[in-house]
Design a protein around this ligand. Structure first.
Ligand code: UDX
Length: 430
């Protein structure tokens, strides 16, 4: 099939390379000429395991071209994906400016039957908005369809998630349009949920909000565990073995961050408000998440008797492992709080350091993890990178000024840390 994918961020580029891998003719479109030049050379603008190899393969084998022109790409394609950003605006509602601009360009370019697929995360009703924008460019209704096909990929395992989705959601007004996507995804052998446009849009928001709720729930339980001498990992295991609850997304820690959950929970909340429903539960999900990180900082502060003049080692800056993404990362909140309280920071991340340096140029960035604890008053695990899991804790303890470990992701066993001479604090157990 001839496909155009507009936007080469996480969602767009992953969608593009996977569709090329499935044997389609894909044009990836971006307005940024620098990005386009890099992509043409096989250099992806994002870090994601496996993407570079797949991009190069798709380019070399001729399944993918890269373009800056929406008009030319739409004219050459039967299915056009919109995969542009929808960042939150001041009031929490997603900013749909990029979607509107792209929809207008698509409308101007359509000259034959075209299925326009919205992959960007958008509030319910946005598909209809795209339809109206395209129609306003003079395109007759019988020449195009707008379909919602939300993306559920996780950063760090985006390729795997796209090739092996739990389900594919397709929301369309006309059956023919939905069938076009069924045909496109047939080889993935995944369950397909075919529904109307609005339900498909809501599925995405509802799913991400529910996952964030699950994490906030276990984090609230972690607070009770800390004061009642219970162990949150055991509680989560006991809950998660109930098939109705399930074990996933019950890992207590510093809370959820990243490019999706914060934006989508706010988006769901503001969408509810637009329909006159006060989704107070979601507000509480956000409150628990915000306080989870601050509570951890308060514990560090209390143990050290204030942070003024103290050196803190930060292990991990990315919002989660296997990505260089620091959007809404817990490291930002923790680093900010330490600096404001007069502390100093040693920091290390396997790949997110350069992104962090742009925001905080003056931290003491380290080239290897063993340099982080040197002369520190406390060591704080913020991201659970695999590389952190097998460290020599005795070597770490030896190099520290005060042998205090705050494990924000429950990476280590208390006994092992104590055997190495470290005072160990974590989330959800004593
Ligand atoms: C998420 C959704 O999983 C994905 O379906 C959607 O398309 C985009 O948003 P992503 O943001 O890449 O994906 O990461 P995910 O692995 O879901 O983690 C999100 C956040 O929750 C991270 O900050 C992570 O540290 C945190 N988390 C996750 C927990 O604190 N505990 C858990 O048990 C799981």
């Amino acid at each position: 099939m001839k496909i155009a994918v507009i936007g080469t961020g996480y969602v767009g580029l992953v969608t593009g390379v996977v569709l090329a891998e499935l044997g389609n003719d894909v044009i990836c479109v971006d307005k940024d000429p620098v990005k386009v030049e890099k992509l043409r050379k096989g250099i992806p603008p994002i870090y994601e395991p496996g993407i570079e190899e797949m991009l190069r393969k798709a380019l070399n084998e001729g399944f993918m071209t890269i373009s800056t022109s929406i008009a030319e790409s739409v004219a050459a394609s039967e299915v056009v994906f919109i995969a542009v950003g929808t960042p939150p605006s001041e009031d929490g509602t997603p900013d749909l400016t990029a979607v509107r601009i792209v929809a207008t360009e698509i409308g101007k370019a359509i000259n034959k039957p075209t299925v326009v697929v919205n992959k960007s995360t958008v509030p319910v009703g946005s598909g209809t908005m795209v339809e109206e924008i395209i129609a306003a460019q003079g395109v007759p209704a019988e020449l195009f369809d707008v379909v919602s096909n939300p993306e559920f990929l996780r950063e760090g395992s985006a390729i795997h998630d796209t090739l092996h989705p739990d389900r594919i959601v397709i929301g369309a007004k006309r059956r023919d349009a939905a069938m076009k996507l069924v045909e496109l995804y047939a080889n993935l052998e995944s369950p397909m949920i075919i529904t109307d446009l609005n339900s498909a849009e809501l599925i995405k928001y509802a799913s991400n909000s529910f996952l964030a709720l699950k994490i906030s729930f276990i984090n609230a339980i972690s607070r009770i565990c800390e004061v009642s001498n219970a162990n949150v990992s055991d509680v989560a295991k006991g809950m998660g073995t109930d098939k109705r609850i399930g074990p996933q997304f019950l890992q207590a820690g510093l809370g959820w961050g990243g490019s999706c959950f914060p934006k989508d929970v706010l988006g769901m909340h503001s969408t509810a408000k637009r329909y006159d429903y006060d989704f107070a539960l979601l507000q509480e999900v956000i409150n628990i998440n915000d306080d989870q990180t601050l509570h951890f900082v308060r514990r560090i502060e209390k143990r050290l008797g204030g942070l003024e003049g103290k050196r803190i080692g930060i292990m991990g800056l990315a919002f989660k492992p296997n990505t260089d993404d620091i959007r809404d990362a817990k490291s930002l909140i923790i680093v900010d709080a330490i600096l404001k309280a007069g502390g100093k920071i040693n920091a290390y991340d396997p790949i997110a350091t350069e992104n962090f340096r742009e925001l905080y140029p003056d931290l003491d960035y380290k080239k290897s993890v063993y340099e982080v604890p040197v002369d520190a008053d406390a060591l704080v695990v913020v991201t659970e990178w695999n590389e952190f899991k097998q460290l020599d804790l005795a070597r770490i303890a030896e190099s520290m000024k005060q042998k205090v470990l705050f494990d924000g992701r429950r990476v280590y066993k208390k006994e092992a840390a104590e055997r190495a001479g470290l005072e160990y604090f974590t989330i959800g157990s004593n």
